[in-house]
Design a binder for this molecule. Structure first.
Ligand SMILES: Nc1ncnc2c1ncn2[C@@H]1O[C@H](COP(=O)(O)OP(=O)(O)OP(=O)(O)O)[C@@H](O)[C@H]1O
Ligand SMILES: [Mg+2]
Length: 437
């Protein structure tokens, strides 16, 4: 038992003994006992009242007392000191966090599970036009009124950032990321990437301009070389050989420039323009013939299996370019006499165009890089066959513009399958009767 409790018991015993003695002397035992215990209870009440008034107004000091009360009050005093220290530390941390978040150039906004703004830093006002405390409790989609942002916020998959224009400054480009945390809260971070976007635009313009400028002199050069190499009486056999090489190289440069122009057009013009229902089976029949023409002496067995009633909503010119790139590759990278199979069908409800060849195949480490610009596995060999390494990059861009996907299956020495899948809502099924019309 604690020492102070013993003391309290002794006091009670002493009060009782004193009351007994005084009762014996005075002859009023009940009165004396009542007075004694009343005094004891009164003292305790006084401490209780002091403690209560301290709890009501904590600004006063914790009251002093002896005995068991003293111990209780000491403990309360220690607890209060510890709480104050913790509060100070917390206040300091919050102040430090606030000054750090105020200094970050990225806009940061915390939203509730209902997407109402709970907190925002200083940059959020500059980049997103959100001001606290004015906008606290407002739904964030009422301040950033872009359908893409609303979709992104509600999607729940935030692995990729969302590019977006600032809602208050049209010339500012932002990259938005969302980080879910705590109890279904979200931290929205918007970074100003205007200078990156400008640099990218500069690069695209530069490539487009230089390709455009190179085109005319190349056409002139190729024209003259054509005439020279076909002259009946050339200056000499050697010279004629040189003219041939020059003509081949000039043609290669023309192809490169054309591919660069195609790519920059794909990058700079918005998608979903000039889209209509494309008769893919008819297009593939023509491309099949083109494949045989390109194969020429190498006599590949090219077969086409197409769902005659399956059409696709898209841009005809772009789809032709993507499909012909894949067919050309199959012909180019399959040894003479090999099989090339073209398939156009619904896989479940997904429209798919697949090119399968029995060619040289691709080692797994190259697969993730094939759609990068200028990426060629065997640079010398690809150059010999006239490749520039831009073909698959063009295919990927075109598929992206059609919300499609390119997948590649390949085994070295066995062959490859390049598969273009499109979203189900782009498929248009035509019944045989309609097909005849
Ligand atoms: N069907 C295929 N079989 C084997 N390798 C292939 C196949 N298709 C593409 N490749 C490899 O991928 C590389 C990139 O192909 P891509 O079409 O982008 O460029 P390219 O054919 O070299 O040039 P081009 O720009 O004229 O198409 C090729 O260099 C080749 O090594
Ligand atoms: Mg190619």
């Amino acid at each position: 038992m604690p020492e102070n409790l013993w003391r309290e018991i002794w006091i009670l015993v002493a009060v009782a003994a004193l009351s007994l003695i005084l009762a014996e002397i005075t002859g009023y035992p009940f009165l004396i006992a009542a007075l004694g215990f009343g005094l004891y209870i009164g003292l305790n009440l006084r401490h209780l009242v002091q403690l209560n008034s301290w709890l009501i107004n904590k600004r006063q000091d914790v009251p002093d007392a002896g005995g068991l009360w003293g111990e209780v009050l000491d403990r309360i005093r220690a607890l209060t000191k510890e709480t104050e220290r913790r509060e100070d530390r917390l206040t300091e941390m919050v102040a430090r966090f606030q000054s750090a978040s105020a200094a970050t150039p990225d806009a940061m906004v915390i939203v509730s599970p209902q997407h109402e703004i709970e907190w925002a830093n200083a940059a959020a006002e500059r980049l997103l036009g959100m001001s606290t405390p004015r906008d606290i409790g407002q739904r964030v989609v009422n301040l950033i009124r872009y359908p893409d942002f609303r979709k992104y916020l509600e999607r729940g998959d935030y692995t990729e950032a969302l590019p977006m224009t600032s809602p208050i400054q049209a010339d500012k480009s932002l990259s938005v990321r969302i980080i879910p945390f705590g109890h279904y809260q979200k931290l929205i971070i918007a970074r100003d990437i205007t200078h990156l976007v400008n640099l990218e635009r500069l690069r695209q313009d530069f490539v487009a301009n230089i390709s455009h400028e190179l085109r005319t002199p190349l056409t002139v050069l190729t024209g003259f070389l054509e005439t020279l190499k076909d002259m009946d009486k050339p200056a000499g056999a050697d010279l004629q050989k040189h003219f041939h090489t020059m003509h081949d190289q000039a043609q290669r440069m023309t192809r490169l420039v054309d591919d660069l122009l195609t790519l920059s057009k794909l990058e700079t013009t918005p998608a979903a323009r000039h889209e209509n229902v494309v008769d893919v089976p008819a297009m593939l029949a023509a491309l099949n013939e083109m494949g045989e023409l390109v194969s020429g002496e190498r006599r590949h067995h090219i077969s086409l299996q197409a769902d005659a009633g399956l059409k696709l909503v898209g841009n005809e010119e772009e789809l032709r370019s993507a499909f012909s790139n894949l067919i050309n590759n199959a012909v180019r990278y399959t040894p003479a006499g090999g099989d090339i199979r073209l398939v156009w069908k619904l896989d479940g409800d997904t429209p798919v165009f697949a090119v399968t060849d029995t060619g040289e195949g691709i080692a797994p480490q190259h697969l993730p890089h094939l759609t990068e610009r200028f990426y060629r596995i065997d640079t010398a060999r690809s150059r010999d066959t006239g490749g520039t390494g831009l073909g698959l990059s063009i295919v990927k861009h075109i598929l992206l513009r059609h919300d499609g996907r390119l997948t590649i299956d390949s085994a070295l020495g066995k062959g490859s399958t390049f598969r273009c899948s499109f979203p189900a809502n782009r498929a248009v099924q035509v019944t045989p009767a309609q097909h005849k019309l």
